[in-house]
Write a protein that binds this ligand. Structure first.
Ligand code: DGL
Length: 267
């Protein structure tokens, strides 16, 4: 049995592509439909009610494309809408938190944990609750970094302003073993973050941890595509007047990315 339907992925913008990149590495035969809600970016400063409403719209759009599972490749949507949408839809929906918390639970050396994410994610205590529940002995430090996602959309991730912004946000973290990049835009700042926290702090890219979980989930639910052929992906954006193409082509090392991008027809 094999299921050739695509996997659906959803974020407010370019950030979820850091997850797409990892999913493609470990599930290379799968086809992917990615939706970036660029029209309503940023999600990080919106209320929980709005995030739930927008996440439902995103899921409805992806369902029209006949996807077999949905990844909320967005920390803000995961922390505030995942629980709700899981109750309302029968399709498998996975967020970015669980796989990372599971990884931390199994890695006993990582007990002083830092989390950076959007304001909404930190306010929701999504990471805090999951970590406290699974790893009660962990020491947690959190920081909202609201400027980083907009800077990433602009492609400002390695310039002087990006470096100074990262330094300012991270200055209060002390003696952490690892730093969770709790917003999917943040792996784009990996270089600047590494320079700031030092090599000894493990940076956790949630997409990398999630990719393994997705592989396992597709197998268990008999949803995987069994093929030796490399899968493809399509990107839908709710607004195309953005810097998305440049950031995406650099991240995915795909020169012909323009041909993969379409306007998402949704309100
Ligand atoms: N990439 C998102 C996240 O993981 C959203 C950033 C934003 O829209 O503010 O939280």
């Amino acid at each position: 049995m094999q299921d050739t339907r695509p996997i659906g992925m959803f974020d407010s913008g370019v950030g979820g592509l850091t997850v797409l990149k990892e999913i493609r590495k470990q599930n290379c035969q799968e086809n992917i439909i990615y939706l970036g809600d660029t029209k309503r970016f940023p999600y990080g400063s919106k209320t929980k009610e709005t995030i739930i409403e927008l996440t439902k719209k995103g899921i409805d759009f992806l369902l029209q494309k006949e996807v077999k599972a949905i990844i909320l490749a967005c920390g803000t949507a995961t922390s505030q809408a995942l629980e709700e949408v899981k109750k309302q839809y029968s399709i498998p929906i996975v967020g970015i938190i669980d796989a990372t918390v599971q990884y931390l639970k199994e890695n006993k050396k990582l007990r002083r944990i830092g989390v950076i994410a959007t304001t909404g994610t930190i306010r929701s205590k999504g990471w805090q609750n999951a970590i406290k529940q699974q790893i009660p002995q962990a020491f947690l430090q959190e920081k909202a970094c609201p400027l980083l996602a907009p800077m990433a959309e602009e492609g400002w991730t390695e310039n002087t302003i990006a470096k100074l912004t990262v330094q300012e946000y991270l200055k209060d973290f002390s003696q952490i073993d690892c730093l969770i990049l709790g917003c999917t835009h943040y792996p784009l700042f990996e270089k600047s973050i590494k320079e700031t926290v030092g090599e000894e702090v493990e940076l956790i890219n949630t997409g990398e941890k999630l990719a393994k979980e997705i592989k396992k989930m597709l197998k268990e639910k008999k949803l995987q595509k069994e093929s030796k052929q490399q899968g493809d992906y399509e990107i839908y954006l709710t607004d195309t007047e953005t810097n998305f193409i440049h950031v995406a082509s650099k991240l995915l090392k795909e020169e012909a990315i323009k041909e993969k991008i379409k306007k998402a027809e949704m309100e």
